[in-house]
Design a protein around this ligand. Structure first.
Ligand SMILES: [Zn+2]
Length: 313
């Protein structure tokens, strides 16, 4: 009796009570309103399976889907001085930072990693809009410099995924200083003859579009991403005129020569592989392991004959 009540019953109870009720099993698409099962949505890289609306994706999830086998190594970013202005709005800046760190599980608004895509070694950096609006502060500046330095050191292309509401006001002028700093970082890549590819995701705005997000060799955007310096609402209020439909959205900017391509998230990886390999002067990626059958049959005997005659000579 003791054994049953003391050992079995608590275990049975704990098994049942431990069964977590997963929250947010379903996500509602903000565009079409369809309820999407979270696993299906994650498999589709947070793109609505019904209407193709691109929802936000964290840098970590993006990298897992981007790099071969989901394997990447994070690049260290030097930590900047925290709260240099002793800034306080409704909350103290350090408290706001702690809140964002807890919410996202990330240290700051940018993640830098190195790894291979389609066996092409690259360095990648991705901005996290869920971390204080992906705002560009000293850390983001340091992250871009670290990414560029690593790319130059390893002679690899740099692929950057931007997403930002602009500069981080809590760091005042120091955040604006990141515009020239990151511009110099991009210049380092150009001097080393290395490709710099920017993938603009929703939304990329403010000082970020006035610096590193618009200095790429190739600019690709995700569908319907808002990309602008000043937002449409501000412009509308200033000029007091109705703006054309789709103004400052990816497709509109592509039509007006601001972008090179608009690519769906599901096709982005293949496109980045093609572009980086092309710009690095590498052969196109081989889809399979084996050479074509008749090529192998014909080429091999000739080669061995040549090799034999060569050794005889
Ligand atoms: Zn949808």
């Amino acid at each position: 009796m003791n054994w049953i009540s003391n050992y079995i019953r608590p275990r049975v109870n704990s098994i049942f009570s431990r069964r977590e009720v997963p929250e947010n099993l379903w996500t509602k698409c903000t565009e079409c309103g369809t309820m999407l099962f979270h696993r299906e949505l994650a498999e589709n890289l947070n793109v609505c399976t019904s209407c193709g609306h691109h929802m936000a994706i964290t840098p970590r999830d993006r990298f897992t889907a981007l790099f071969d086998g989901g394997i990447f190594v994070e690049v260290d970013v030097p930590a900047p001085t925290s709260d240099p202005l002793n800034f306080r709005d409704q909350k103290k800046y350090p408290d706001r930072m702690k809140g964002a760190q807890k919410k996202t599980g990330e240290q700051e608004a940018m993640l830098v990693a190195e790894g291979e895509i389609g066996r092409t070694p690259i360095v990648a950096a991705a901005q996290d809009f869920s971390f204080m609006g992906g705002s560009m502060g000293m850390y983001v500046g340091n992250a871009i410099i670290a990414a560029a330095e690593r790319a130059v050191e390893m002679k690899r292309p740099l692929v950057l995924f931007s997403a930002a509401g602009g500069a981080r006001m809590q760091e005042g002028i120091l955040s604006l200083m990141q515009m020239p700093r990151t511009t110099v970082a991009v210049e380092m890549l150009k001097e080393a003859n290395l490709p710099y590819i920017v993938v603009l995701t929703h939304p990329t705005t403010g000082g970020v579009t006035a610096s590193y997000a618009m200095l790429g060799d190739v600019h690709i955007a995700e569908p319907n991403a808002l990309i602008c310096f000043a937002g449409p609402r501000v412009i509308e209020q200033t000029i007091r005129e109705k703006l054309p439909e789709g103004f400052q959205r990816a497709e509109y900017l592509l039509d007006h020569g601001m972008l090179d391509r608009v690519t769906e998230r599901g096709k982005m990886r293949d496109e980045l592989i093609t572009i980086t390999r092309m710009l690095m002067g590498l052969d196109p990626v081989v889809a399979g392991e084996l050479p074509a059958p008749d090529e192998a049959d014909q080429a091999e005997p000739e080669k061995t004959a040549e090799a034999e005659s060569a050794t005889k000579d």
